[in-house]
Write a protein that binds this ligand. Sequence first.
Ligand code: TPP
Ligand code: MG
Length: 426
Amino acid sequence: MSGAAIGASMKKDLTRQQYLDLYYYMRLNRAVEDTMVKLFRQNKIVGGLYSSLGQEGISVGSAYALEKKDWLAPMIRNIGALLVKGVPPRDIFMQHMAKYDSPTKGKDGTSHFGDLDNLHIVSPISMLGDLIPVMAGVAIAGRYLGQKIVAMTWIGDGGSSTGVFHEGLNFAATQKAPFVLILENNLWAYSTPVRRQVPLENLADRAKAYGIASYIVDGNDVVAMYKTAKEAVDRARAGEGPILIEAKSFRRMGHAQHDPAEYVPKEMRAHWEARDPILLYEKYLTSEKLLDAKSKKEIDDKIEALLQKERDFAENSPMPPAEFAAEGVYCTGDDCHKVQPKWERDKREVMPPKSSVPAVWTVEGFGAGKGSSGGIAPIHFGDTPAATEKNENEERLAPKSPTKTIAKKKSAKAATVGAGSRKARR
Ligand SMILES: Cc1ncc(C[n+]2csc(CCOP(=O)(O)OP(=O)(O)O)c2C)c(N)n1
Ligand SMILES: [Mg+2]
């Protein structure tokens, strides 16, 4: 692929601002990680430091395809996705420096943090596939609540060989979860080359086992990545079920800072260094007159000023007080935090022995969900309007439920829609 080939047939799909956004976030992704390498060398990074050098187009292009209300769960090489979703660089710096103002208040030295309330980011729990069933669950929960959300996570070539990858994807496929999985095939899982751990040329073929759609995309072409992810997200949102995207790329650094990766053949590294996604994209933007020296300088300056400010903030944040080491380690019940399920349907309807009652939400595929009236669904769990339809099962189970009272007030139109879909389900 040459620089000019990037997104050549795709110009019509993006505005100039979108092209520049993709560029900005890839540059920011790299600059944030470069800053952290400096902090690491100064011994200010407390935990491990991983790199997505050369893979920025994957994180940025895929996360850019999500809407604000959608959910993602990042892995170690997805800082770019966090930045696109709106995480400020200071949180990433402070997290790695285990500072008290970090999202985990210094309890973690890498990237195990999320933001369930605002940005809809689920914290990584493992890099080896466990996020797949979790995010399938988030996707299903969104549908259950009548939200038109899509959930996305990433997995490595190595991670795609774990049991939970297969269990999770099988589960998501069976449930037709609106879920997009990006498989980053960077050719290495620590020191194991992909050909020694997978008997497939294309890891996208794993999708066949679950009867789901898949794509193969050049992960070093951010426009192709975005366009493919956007199509997958739209299809998942429309009710087609989960979609697997294999993004082909290369891990340019070792597994983490401690690994010089001498096991990687020199020619292989040289090949991929010549295909740096940012340089290729810059060449493309310049040739298409979407970026000139002046606008490039503006972006350079913007990133430099932002990171100076964010780094200063992070460096000035205190380390956690020593007494805090014993706090917040284990959940001790209500004095820690209350986790209360928000039952938006009658509890008895979804609990054993009644858990297999027919679904009541109005979903063709599952686009226009219960309560969303086919429009933009509310973002946060808990603020979904009550059901617009009831079936006889619900009537029987919850004759006096508050949900029913609200449902009664709904318009005749909503009731008609509900009746039609009940019929269709049988
Ligand atoms: C059970 C377990 N074993 C080992 C590790 C350490 N580990 C984390 S990621 C990783 C390699 C993953 O390779 P791949 O899935 O290809 O992702 P990449 O690092 O290339 O992004 C390893 C060995 C772990 N986190 N958990
Ligand atoms: Mg890998």
